[in-house]
Design a protein around this ligand. Structure first.
Ligand code: G3H
Ligand code: 13P
Ligand code: ZN
Length: 337
């Protein structure tokens, strides 16, 4: 058993309390590789933002869970090293979309400071039972747990849903009370990936010709907040799919047609509410792909990976920096009292 506290990591409890009081959201960025992690830690340390590093089951399969955990441990030292003497920003290592008690237990025993148990595709009572089982185990080690109610459209790792079912506000008190969960992911119209809305669901901006998605269900968020005052809420599927990245990808041999994300002004509004954690993965994938594709087209003779992964890392860092300063509002809050 490795305790996360011995690794310099933190759980989400204090992070969320401060985010709620300060009306901002903690960035939850997924990582699978070194360049992504470097970009996250540089952006968050240089801008004094706390951060949640997310590892999905897919990331564990791709990169190996041992390597990812040591990378997160190394990230604490790296943040300290580049902080100019201030010390590492608060870093939480979180399992994203855990789909079984065994997976959550294994991550907890391995040093994760937070886990998500995603029982959202199960019948309600089974979701309650599974989430409670994970909470009872995790809380013995002060590891925090995120549960989910409501189903997001799109593909959540191995949990898939053809269409989204908004969270039912009338269920949240019962769920939180029975499970003891520390935060709750809800469904209000976000979804995973770069194709969050079909063109038919969107209108067209007459000035730009771009697709404009329907607004998030802020009424559902408000109803949940009223039921659970001061309780940390999580938004998954919150990439904005920046058109600039999509355009660079498509101009350099890519084929991302009708990719649409969540408008940033809506995330800005959500971050001021009980939403304390905002999950972003696809925007990092897009920035990395745009950076690599551009080098491949501009410099076809280049074959040193550092020459294309370096620019890709720069694009990801710029994206993360923009999110924490201009969208989530977490910049400057690393050492809030
Ligand atoms: O919620 C899904 C995350 O974007 C992780 O995606 O399962 O492909 O690693 P992944
Ligand atoms: P995006 O696909 O919108 O980046 O969502 C990521 C996510 O929710 C990870 O859990
Ligand atoms: Zn998710």
């Amino acid at each position: 058993m490795v305790n996360f506290k011995d690794l310099g990591l933190v759980n989400t409890r204090e992070m969320f309390k401060k985010a709620m009081a300060g009306k901002y959201a903690i960035p939850a960025f997924n990582f699978n590789n070194m360049e992504q992690l470097q970009a996250i830690i540089q952006a968050c340390t240089e801008n004094a933002s706390p951060v949640i590093l997310q590892v999905s089951k897919g990331a564990r399969n791709y990169a190996n869970q041992t390597l990812l955990r040591y990378m997160a441990q190394g990230a604490v030292e790296y943040s300290k090293e580049i902080s100019g003497g201030k010390g590492a920003v608060p870093i939480c290592l979180h399992l994203d979309h855990g789909d079984s008690f065994e997976l959550c237990k294994s991550c907890i025993e391995f040093g994760f400071s937070s886990v998500m148990i995603d029982g959202s595709s199960l019948p309600y009572e089974e979701n309650v039972a599974l989430t409670k089982k994970v909470c009872d185990f995790a809380h013995q080690y002060d590891v925090t747990v995120e549960g989910e109610l409501g189903v997001l459209a799109g593909v959540e790792d191995e949990v898939s849903a053809a269409e989204s079912h908004y969270t039912k506000p009338e269920e949240v008190i019962d769920f939180v009370t029975k499970t003891g969960v520390d935060s709750l992911a809800i469904s209000i119209g976000t979804s995973h990936g770069a194709y969050k809305f079909t063109p038919e669901q969107c209108t067209v901006d007459p000035k730009t010709g771009r697709l404009v998605p329907p607004p998030l269900a802020f009424d559902v968020l408000k109803a949940v907040e009223e039921k659970l005052p001061g309780f940390p809420i999580v938004l998954h599927g919150s990439s904005s799919v920046p058109q600039e990245e999509v355009d660079i990808i498509n101009a350099n041999g890519g084929a991302l047609k009708a990719a649409v994300g969540i408008p940033e002004e809506q995330l800005r509004e959500a971050a001021k509410s009980a939403v304390c954690k905002i999950n972003i993965d696809s925007d990092s994938r897009l920035a990395m792909t745009a950076g690599i594709r551009k080098v491949f087209v501009d410099k076809p003779a280049e074959f040193d990976p550092r020459k294309y992964l370096g620019p890709a890392r720069d694009r990801m860092k710029a994206m993360y920096t923009h999110k924490i300063i201009n969208v989530l509002g977490s910049a400057g809050h690393a050492w809030d009292k």
